[in-house]
Ligand binder design. Sequence first.
Ligand code: SF4
Length: 308
Amino acid sequence: MVRQADGLALHLERLAECRRCGHPEPIVPILSRARRPRAMLVGQAPGKVEISSRTPFAGRAGKTLFRWFAEAGLSEEEARDRIYISAMTRCFPGAHPSGRGDRVPTRDELELCGSWLDDELKLIRPALIIPVGKLAIGRFMGDAPLAEVVGREHAVEHVGGKSVLVPLPHPSGASSWIHAPGHRALVSKALELIGRRMRGLAAAALFLALAPAALHAQSRTDRWLGADKVKHFFTTALIQSFTYSVAQVTTRAPRSSLLLSASVASAAVGIGKEMHDRGSYGLFSVRDLAWDAAGAGAASVMLLHTRH
Ligand code: SF4
């Protein structure tokens, strides 16, 4: 299986070469630098500033966006490293004919570029998606009014699976939406949700990084052979035999039922002890359970060869 970082590196190599829309040089796709992201941001399209810097959200809109992320507890560096910055189209579409801001990508450009986003959703399978601006929000949620979707989490399904979506308005300043009463509060709420989700993802990543080390440490202190393992073997063999004998005297059930009851009792005692140990010392030993099973098995064989 191709690892996410390798798959993404290959994807970015291909995307960098894309000239499907026939934009004139030096307009080329603008790429994200995140390599092991669990979150994705989907913007509209790069602006003129990004042509020279080759960095998404490098201009005025980026300044506002990263100021917002600071509210969510993320510095610009962290956000760029941990959030894959994608867009509805990856090349600067040119200036708007009116002279105000950038041209909105055409339907053809959106269609031509859409497969790159689909591929990224499949590769990254993001836990969190942050669509920025109406065009990106519409890609996942249809034509919903911003006031109804900003400030909330939404569960969405897409080609890469399921994600939590936290939409933001576009930070370009071209729209006056954010200045309407109550709308800045919605943005603050969205940033609080993004911060919480990003902290959860960081904690999960830390746990995954540390878990193998903890298991390794446990395997060094908990050995396969030792006095405690002998105790486990004989104690469980005793429990198995005792339970079998009590059930035999009190129920006169067939051997198979007696063995089943005895095995259930032995397993319950063994697992119960490990749960107790985990609560008291933080150690749930699979090796102890293996020796418990060996003791119960040995007692069962012995019981099967005794006369009723
Ligand atoms: S906008 Fe998208 S499809 Fe068009 S050339 Fe750029 S990367 Fe390729």
